[in-house]
Design a protein around this ligand. Sequence first.
Ligand SMILES: [Zn+2]
Length: 358
Amino acid sequence: MLRPVARSWKQNIRQFSFRPISSTSRSHVKIVEVGPRDGLQNEKSIIPTEVKVELIDKLGTTGLKVIESGSFVSPKWVPQMAGTADVLLQIKRNPGVRYPVLVPNVKGLDTLVDLLERHPPPAGSSEPPLTDEIAVFIAASESFSKANLNCSIGESIDRLVPVVRLARFKGLRVRGYVSTVITCPYEGPIAPEKVRDVAKALHQLGCYEISLGDTVGTGTPITVENMLNAVTSVVPVEKLAAHMHDTYGMGVVNSLIAVKSGIRTVDSSVAGLGGCPYSPGATGNVATEDIVHALHGAGYTTGVDLEGLAEIGGWISSQLGRPNSSRVGQALLAKKTREAAAKAKEAQAGEETIQARL
Ligand SMILES: [Zn+2]
């Protein structure tokens, strides 16, 4: 059953509060960093494996607990992700961090399982495996599913059954993505009931978490809230994550709407990296720096070092020769540059005074 959603703006504003509930766990929001996968997969020039590895290693020191590190998708579809096996072999795995990878089908899972079996942690060591989690995806839009997966939504769910079963048999946790939860680039607005049904199917398949993706980034507070009302009527809110793209500049506010609805997991990309190869014009995910700043400002904890993250955002943007899409990242880096210049000026003035006295 859908809860009534038609409310006036005045009512919405009155009821709008980002204040966290007092209990500690409810005031913590888990950030899932998707930059190295969702972000980089849309970059046109091929990024060297060393850069991907360095990005993930840097991110692993910021307090982030989940860093999506690549995908085992056909290199014909997404050439950028061809080196994911090398990335997993080369990163310095922080034992407190998970490094999930996207696996679209049984073929991709076979490749991953083979890699895991060829490279187990040394016997008797406490080293974690290369990864212990995969992500699968389906669309809430029939046209997007046809264009992207070459099958209907129903068929795509059927195809995931053996993937999820085998992954869980191999001890891997499975996260599910639903894409195009607000709008489809081919057929326009998506009914919240469609998203509800698809999210329910992923939940029933055994996904421990279902990430709701506004792939095109057209969502607004009202459309996101309507969609979430539909989904939370069938899937427990603790099992949901928000995955907002920032095409129309709504990524932060839409993620906060999700947090207000009780969701405590938010996907984001450092420096706002990303887009979607199948959704022309869609820009990156909400920037991790922006959402972390907004959450901290609203009294939530993320465990993430914002200044460290901003440095990484600046670094990866210059590596890729692209502008830094995080407003917060830009502001923090500009402040740091100003402060360093002021300090240098002060030191120079001090030196000149000493020389004048000599
Ligand atoms: Zn995405």
